[in-house]
Design a protein around this ligand. Structure first.
Ligand SMILES: Cc1cc2nc3c(=O)[nH]c(=O)nc-3n(C[C@H](O)[C@H](O)[C@H](O)COP(=O)(O)O)c2cc1C
Length: 608
């Protein structure tokens, strides 16, 4: 981490904050607002304190290391597209025809020898200081409590190292870890993830599961921990491939797992597979809290660290945040691998306000009827891509995937009922909108067809349309129309919900001659003038099997929060809102500098 700090400084990508700041809310809130800025920097907090524990920490806290495209490229070592090209070249390796090609191939294969991690003997720098047994105290680390309703402090950038019961397969994953007490951590590996898979093997065998958690070291380990590699593929291979150098590992002191020798901290221990414990709530990267669920618990047997360690952390919540940049690198690097299952895929994006699994837009070459629908099934069947709730497919002639205005015009000119696919399946364990945990609706929209003919709508302005709507439905508080010049004009309707939204959609049927797509949101929670946060809300809150109403040329989407009125069987979580008093105090002290407009734009202290 000290090297990472020097690199960030050299590129003017670091701000150092020497003011004492609390690990509960203050430090996370500062990092949260910083990374939303266009010119955001990594932050080094040199004087973390805890009022709760009555402590001042010697270890500084580093946040937002991946807080911009520039910093992400810096730590990944080269542009993400270059890595994608290297992967593509490897995937397309053909037998060499000439001597020159033979040498070229040899060079590529020689480079691959560095992919495999190297095991070193003896202790590593990460073991310069060792605490074991009863002396272990997680409260000696400046572990942050990021959100007001969080169940406690959480390690947010832990590299979690595990292995299969027979020791043959290794895994590195990034999962948040809740601090329960001085030597117990909650292991939030979600049901579909690789360590959860290993956990089942230990559970079946009734054997304790070793786990080691590294924090810090080369930032590329941290990114690799988030990479969605297939089950059984060790993420440190990806590290070696990208870096062109093997990861150098040392053995943990109290279990058999190997960890990077240059990590800043290592927490070692064992999970008792027979014991689960309530984990959460935690303000998550969807911008909502994830509610309490049972997860395994780790008993910590040792904490080791380097001389001068730095504690690395991140904050997740409403977009845009650091995971936007980490996810962007993943999106680019994994394009060639995705193409192996979907060969006519040209490109794809996961817009940041779709928080990854909620929205994907993919550009493809269509060659036969149903090609886009074939891709929908393929995507929903591949690894972590299967969590995607809403997938829109556009043709090769579509605008650039990041030219969002032009792209949305293209899409809206092609949305037709016959080309929607509503399905159901696996969804992200964090999804709060589906009726069941980790299982819910999927929407695929095929916008690859050109020459789509729609009847022209009789457009009227917002004031006239609102008057008409209120005559039919007095409970509507406000409306705003978007993209009325396209073939799918959108009308966003803010309501104070008193009955299921489907009733309103049916009562508003007479307005179908003026608009095509009705999107219902809660008046209290949303700002109709803020399309960025509206999209975040809509794709978060809908479950396609329940919340889409379809009649020819008249489509309704219920993006309101669900509850008793809707017969929703689960608890609906709150948004992750910063503590207003903490934000105001940080502003007064000059630690954060932002105007009211910025607060509103990103729903920082409250929504809408
Ligand atoms: C900031 C951040 C926090 C994350 N937290 C979790 C988590 O708590 N639990 C989880 O299962 N995945 C979490 N993830 C996603 C995993 O890191 C990701 O799915 C990874 O590929 C899992 O590795 P695995 O497939 O080896 O299990 C997080 C990702 C990021 C970027």
């Amino acid at each position: 981490m000290q090297k990472a700090i020097a690199l960030l400084k050299a590129h003017d990508l670091l701000r150092v904050i020497d003011e004492p700041l609390d690990i509960d809310l203050e430090i996370p809130h500062v990092a949260y607002v910083e990374v939303k800025k266009r010119d955001s920097k990594a932050l080094l907090f040199t004087r973390p304190v805890s009022k709760r524990l009555g402590k001042e920490f010697k270890t500084p806290v580093l946040m937002n290391v991946f807080g911009s495209h520039e910093a992400t490229n810096l730590f990944i070592g080269k542009p993400a597209d270059t890595i994608a090209e290297e992967i593509e070249t490897l995937l397309k390796l053909k037998p060499p025809a000439t001597l020159g090609e033979k040498f070229g191939m040899l060079a590529k294969l020689f480079h691959l020898k560095n992919v495999f991690p190297k095991r070193l003997s003896g202790k590593g720098a990460c073991q310069q200081h060792i605490v074991t047994g009863d002396a272990v105290d997680l409260y000696d680390l400046p572990i942050l409590k990021t959100w007001p309703q969080d169940g406690g402090p959480f390690i947010t950038m832990g590299q979690v190292y595990t292995q299969s019961l027979d020791g043959e397969r290794k895994n590195l994953g990034m999962y948040r870890l809740q601090v329960y007490d001085k030597n117990h951590l909650g292991m939030h590996w979600q049901i579909h993830k690789d360590s959860a898979n290993f956990f089942h093997e230990y559970h079946k065998a009734g054997k304790k599961m070793p786990v080691s958690i590294a924090i810090g070291g080369d930032p590329l380990y941290t990114w690799a921990a988030t990479a969605p590699l297939p089950h059984g593929v060790f993420e440190l291979l990806m590290y070696g491939f990208i870096k062109g150098e093997s990861a150098r590992l040392v053995k943990s002191l109290t279990n058999d797992l190997y960890v990077p020798e240059d990590a800043d901290f290592v927490i070692e221990g064992f999970v008792d597979p027979m014991k689960l414990r309530i984990e959460g709530p935690f303000g998550d990267h969807t911008g909502y809290y994830t509610l309490e669920e049972e997860y395994p618990e780790l008993k910590v047997t040792a904490i080791t660290h380097k001389d001068d360690p730095v504690y690395l952390a991140t904050v997740v919540g409403k977009p845009p945040l650091e995971d936007k940049y980490m996810g962007w690198a993943t999106e680019r690097i994994f394009l060639p691998l995705l193409k192996t299952t979907a060969p006519d895929l040209i490109d794809y994006v996961m817009p940041e306000n779709g928080v990854f699994h909620n929205l994907i837009i993919a550009k493809m070459q269509t060659l036969y009827p149903g090609h886009a629908k074939q891709f929908m099934h393929a995507f929903w069947g591949v690894g972590q891509m299967s969590f995607v709730k809403h997938a829109i497919f556009v043709g090769a002639d579509a605008p650039d995937l990041e030219a969002y205005e032009d792209l949305s015009d293209y899409i809206l000119d092609r949305v037709q009922m016959d080309n929607l696919l509503i399905s159901e399946g696996v969804c992200d364990a964090l999804d709060h909108a589906s009726d069941a945990f980790a299982y819910g609706g999927k929407l695929g929209v095929d916008c690859t067809a050109n020459n789509v003919h729609f009847p022209q709508k009789e457009l009227i302005d917002d004031t006239a349309l609102l008057r008409l709507i209120r005559e039919l439905e007095p409970s509507v508080e406000a409306i705003k129309q978007y993209k009325t010049y396209t073939k799918t004009p959108i009308c966003v309707i803010a309501v104070k919900k008193q009955e299921p939204i489907k009733n309103l959609y049916e009562r508003l049927e007479p307005i179908r001659k003026h608009t095509k797509l009705l999107v219902f949101v809660d008046a209290e929670k949303n700002d109709l003038e803020n399309p960025y946060m509206l999209i975040w809300r809509v794709v978060n809150n809908m479950d396609a099997t329940r919340d889409i109403f379809l009649q020819k040329e008249y489509i309704g989407i219920d993006a309101t929060n669900k509850g008793e009125i809707d017969g929703f069987p689960r608890r609906w979580p709150d948004d992750t809102d910063c503590d207003t008093a903490v934000i105001e105090d940080l502003r007064k002290r000059g630690i954060i500098d932002l105007d009211d407009d910025f607060l509103k734009r990103f729903y920082i202290t409250r929504s809408g």
